[in-house]
Design a protein around this ligand. Structure first.
Ligand SMILES: Nc1ncnc2c1ncn2[C@@H]1O[C@H](COP(=O)(O)OP(=O)(O)O)[C@@H](O)[C@H]1O
Ligand SMILES: CC(C)(COP(=O)(O)O)[C@@H](O)C(=O)NCCC(=O)O
Length: 401
């Protein structure tokens, strides 16, 4: 299936049997840098590679590269690790160059996110590359549409600890609400390819969870904080409806006794200090507070525009059961089951994928990317049951001659 017309430059032929890496694109966010790059073993030639692909009339006479899309991420504060990675993987060796120009032509890499504005000099100085900026919202939407249309299994619902993959009907994809939970949160109404409006956002996002968590616990990294929340009990910190109503539900307004009436409020009446609370409990309360709040604001925005499908993405989610459960329950509760929360396997890479695909608008060749994509390996989740958002994607890149 053709997903986009991507204009990139030609890729130099491999000199050995090693994978050739090319077409690097970046999303440099407030918290994390995300990389997407393509690698191939087979560089064609129109004849040989085309034979191995489902030949449609429009594909005849094109060069075809079969390979994989790879994903990687780094903390933005450790940007030098990212630069070392790009250097060590030789991600720039076969990167985009001006068509017809010599190897010494300017090396340009597509980049989105705030860091594309903040760090151009660093990339120039350390790697000799220029960052070509792609708009963050454009990229998020392009990446989301790509994943929803071309990758299966990718989108799933999560309810009562069960994830269920959803095959999306291409004719029934739009409109939907895209909620990207990064450092902050953007809510985007998507009406079609490249047709969207950022309708809302909130500054209480993934960065808030990590920032407050770092202050209130001894956690040294995000994953540790997230992991702790698994073992925590938020009832120690949060005031529940039952705490206020003597153990009873408030049935008239639809609140059961175990619903959180007020996040963190139990600590007010406790004669305790921060050190007396377990990090596990703090982490869990924090995670539920932030996730529930985002779920509720998302639902309200879906309601504003009559949207039934809400796609949640961004690295805050991390395929984490409690996060997804809280968001899904919030959407279900507030919409009385009318709206559905959906999540993505490659949740954190929407911007980077969109950045990758944005070469079409600024390249020099008429190179087209057809992403006939399967998961690699075929749709299996890793044995520990965790969703592996870093899983590579098999695909084919078609270059017009
Ligand atoms: N290793 C990590 N370090 C920091 N934050 C992480 C990490 N993994 C996940 N996160 C969460 O993901 C958020 C960033 O998500 P992301 O979609 O990459 O947004 P941004 O583009 O703002 O960097 C962080 O605010 C934090 O909640
Ligand atoms: C400014 C941002 C688009 C930057 O994206 P991020 O790095 O957080 O992924 C995002 O943080 C955001 O939408 N913040 C919410 C701002 C608001 O609507 O109040």
């Amino acid at each position: 299936m053709e997903i986009g017309n991507t204009k990139l430059t030609e890729i130099s032929k491999p000199t050995n049997s090693e994978a050739q890496i090319s077409h690097l694109a970046l999303d440099i966010g407030g918290s994390l840098i995300k990389l997407v790059y393509f690698s191939t073993n087979s560089v064609d030639s129109s004849s040989s590679s085309n034979e191995s692909l489902p030949a449609s009339n429009g594909d005849r006479g094109r060069h075809v590269l079969e390979g994989k899309l790879h994903f990687a991420k780094f903390e933005t504060e450790k940007i030098n690790d990212c630069i070392d990675f790009i250097r060590s993987k030789q991600l720039l060796h076969t990167g985009p160059q001006q068509h017809g120009a010599s190897g010494s032509a300017k090396c340009i890499i597509k980049a989105t996110g705030g860091g594309a504005y903040k760090f151009p000099d660093l990339f120039k100085e350390k790697l000799g590359i220029s960052l070509d900026k792609a708009d963050e919202m454009d990229c998020l939407v392009a990446g989301s549409n790509f994943l929803l249309k071309a990758v299966h299994p990718e989108a799933f619902t999560y309810m009562d600890g069960q994830k269920e993959f959803v095959k999306i009907d291409h004719d029934d994809l739009y409109p939907y609400l895209l909620v990207n939970i990064g450092s902050g949160v953007s809510m985007i109404k998507v009406d079609g390819p490249g047709k969207f409006e950022r309708v809302s956002g909130t500054n209480v996002g993934g960065g808030t969870f990590w920032g407050l968590g770092k202050l209130l616990t001894k956690c040294k990294n995000f994953d540790e904080l997230l992991e702790l929340s698994h073992q925590g009990n938020n009832r120690v910190i949060d005031m529940l409806v039952g705490d206020i109503y003597g153990g009873m539900d408030y049935t008239k307004i639809g609140l059961i006794s175990t619903a959180i009436a007020s996040s963190f409020s139990k600590v007010i009446s406790d004669d305790k200090e921060l050190k007396d609370y377990k990090s596990e409990d703090i982490s869990r309360s924090l995670l539920r507070m932030i996730s529930n709040n985002i779920g509720q604001i998302s639902y309200l925005n879906a309601l504003r525009f009559g949207l039934k499908r809400i796609i949640f993405a961004g690295f805050f989610i991390r395929g984490h059961a409690d996060t997804m459960d809280t968001i899904a329950v919030a959407v279900h509760f507030w919409s009385k089951g009318e709206a559905k929360a959906m999540f993505l396997k490659h949740e954190g890479f929407l911007g980077a994928l969109g950045s990758f695909m944005s070469y079409e608008k600024h390249g020099f060749d008429d190179l087209k990317v057809h992403q006939s994509v399967q998961q690699s390996p075929a749709g299996d989740d890793p044995p520990n049951g965790e969703l592996n958002e870093n899983q590579s994607i098999d695909c084919s890149v078609y270059l017009s001659q």
